[in-house]
Design a protein around this ligand. Sequence first.
Ligand code: GDP
Length: 300
Amino acid sequence: MAIFGSLSDRLTESLKNLRTKGKLSASDVDGTVREIRRALLEADVSLDVVKKFTAAVRERALSDDVNRALNPAQQVVQIVNEELIEILGGQQRRLEFAKTPPTIIMLAGLQGAGKTTLAGKLAKWLRKDGHTPMLVAADLQRPNAVTQLQVVGEQAGVTVFAPEPGNGVGDPVKVAKNAVDEARRRQFDTVIIDTAGRLGVDAELMKQAADIRKATNPDEVLFVIDAMIGQDAVATAKAFQDGVDFTGVVLSKLDGDARGGAALSVASVTGRPIMFASTGEGLDDFEPFHPDRMASRILD
Ligand code: GDP
């Protein structure tokens, strides 16, 4: 993502003047903070998050609590690194598994966000880890969504529950509910429910997702967001938080040439952790998200 280059270049540039000095002055700090601010805004990080971030960096850099063992430039880098980890969610957050299987994971997000692909990635990853996932096609809006999930399921080597007579054709809430019953009966230990997405946030979509949530009582609701989405990311995430609520975020298309800052704002704005990153179209292009590793990559 372009955010990496931009932030680290600007930071390196502004830190050049600091390297030899003994103590951080207010003007040194302000100069650096200005560069960080510019880099984050250029990368589409939302203004509120930028303000929060730069205020925290400034306050810490000017406090007496800085690490005196480091030179001023290193001090700033350390503070920026720690604050980046903070806006990225702090600790890595792992999937919560139900005490009594099956663990139910519901996916939500706009159309094209990467939900169906993620369903396959997650299933394959869980399977490698010894789980027995079942995929559920509860996206009945897009004509070929069910087929797409079946293809992905085949690639991942997992069972796909698709609507057919008796399974609640046309009614995604019934499909999801029946799927969970079936998973219980057939002793699958995880159920991944793919839901419909529209091009924009709409009330009917939200209600459908909320109804599926209510009917299946998932352990995790993952909000999948395209890292390329730009400034709409924050509004979209808030709409999904209000409409369905979610327990974690998945950033998809991190392999793209996106100014991924807006998507990075999502964790900070919603208070929900980024749990996974999707980095390509293949089923293995997927990894748990580590805030500390991401921060190091940004500052590399
Ligand atoms: P859905 O509508 O949310 O189910 O989205 P899909 O899973 O159908 O994905 C939409 C398009 O994005 C497809 O062409 C996927 O192959 C592609 N896609 C999904 N995830 C990624 C990713 O991480 N990187 C890239 N480059 N493409 C992705």
